[in-house]
Design a protein around this ligand. Structure first.
Ligand SMILES: Cc1ncc(C[n+]2csc(CCOP(=O)(O)OP(=O)(O)O)c2C)c(N)n1
Length: 342
């Protein structure tokens, strides 16, 4: 046990139980992500998008969100964010299996389009970057209502390329709106590499062009991800306007279960990043702080039991009814051109 290692989480105002809690959420995210992709290969789920490699970035950043107060607009890879906010593996598998009991969209959306009013978790469109104007609109509403809460807007590196991002951060900076842009930079947009996506070396560099502050974190390290997001959040909560935190991480799995990543990257590149695995990193840190291997194994076992029970429960639940397929798509009470209603 080293003094400097002990000081690290305490210097950030975290207890050892907080770090164990972060580790638990990271491991839960990894295990659920792996099960989704396994079930896909077994023909039991239609589609998956792995979170593996993003756990420290997501959990570290999300640990700064005040549950039930701040608003969060996550993107489709943000299972770790949703789990920190209170979404359970059972809710996740209902979504993945498109069950009628899915509380996020009743099986209408692809996985991870989270929607949970009690957790202030706002759903988004599959169109990359469209969450940012929504997040800024929320921040404007918060300002107008004179509330103290802030908005967390998540996205991948490539989501900062479309115009939506630029319009959103520009507007937020002009009006000093309370929004933190949290960007998980995994160096890839499906097969398009970071250098083909932007000419600046860091996504965070873009913030200065709009008069916002940028922060860079090691997204493979949960404490650094927590810390840099915390600094951004303090700045934004103080009323100084929007901030952008870039979390540098890497995606281990193909973009989705429908992607062949051997066409655009080598196994050595993936292995190089796996050597910096965020879960190994967190386990080593907890070990240095005196957490036993038995305690870590007990966390894994408990999660495994919960996750298998969640899969069995979700699979046993009803599918949506065919006649409900277009419910909420069209205005059901819309009048005909002659003014009559059905
Ligand atoms: C506007 C738009 N263009 C293209 C796509 C297709 N698409 C889906 S995900 C994706 C890559 C996004 O990469 P990034 O934002 O870096 O997130 P990552 O998937 O790497 O986590 C693309 C191009 C889309 N959904 N929406």
């Amino acid at each position: 046990m080293t003094v400097s290692a002990r000081a690290r989480h305490e210097a950030l105002g975290l207890s050892l139980d907080d770090v164990k809690g972060m580790y638990r959420k990271m491991l839960e995210t990894r295990m659920v992500s792996e099960r989704i992709l396994q079930l896909n290969r077994m023909g039991r789920t239609p589609f998956g998008a792995g979170t593996d490699g993003h756990e420290a970035a997501q959990v570290g950043a999300a640990w700064n969100i005040r549950r039930g107060k701040d608003w969060t607009v996550p993107y489709y890879r943000d299972m770790g964010v949703a789990f920190v906010l209170g979404v359970s593996p059972l809710e996740e598998f209902r979504m993945v299996l498109a069950k009628a009991t899915d509380t996020h969209s009743a099986g209408r959306q692809v996985l991870n389009q989270f929607s949970s009013p009690k957790d202030r978790l706002v759903t988004r469109s599959v169109c990359v970057g469209t969450e940012f104007p929504h997040a800024v609109g929320l921040a404007l509403a918060i300002r107008n209502l004179k509330e103290e809460n802030i908005v967390f807007a998540f996205g991948g590196d490539a989501s900062t390329s479309p115009g939506d991002f630029h319009e959103a951060i520009n507007f937020a900076a002009i009006y000093k709106l309370p929004v933190v842009f949290v960007i998980e930079n995994n160096l890839l947009a499906i097969s398009t590499r970071f250098e083909q996506q932007m000419a600046v070396p860091n996504v965070a560099d873009k913030a200065a062009g709009y008069g916002a502050r940028g922060f860079i974190a090691d997204g493979m390290d949960v404490l650094d991800s927590f810390d840099k997001t915390r600094q951004a959040v303090e700045h934004t909560r103080s009323g100084a306007g929007p901030t952008l935190v870039e979390l540098k991480c890497y995606r281990y799995q193909p973009h989705t279960s429908d992607d062949d990543d051997s066409r655009y990257r080598t196994k050595d590149e993936v292995r190089g990043w796996m050597a910096k695995d965020p879960l190994d990193h967190a386990r080593r840190y907890l070990g240095e702080q005196g957490t036993s291997a038995e305690e870590l194994e007990a966390i894994r076992k408990a999660l495994d039991t919960d996750i298998e029970a969640a899969i069995a429960q979700a699979e046993s639940e009803p599918d949506p009814r065919a006649e409900d397929a277009i419910k909420h798509v069209y205005a059901e009470e819309a009048p005909r051109p002659d003014g009559t209603r059905s």
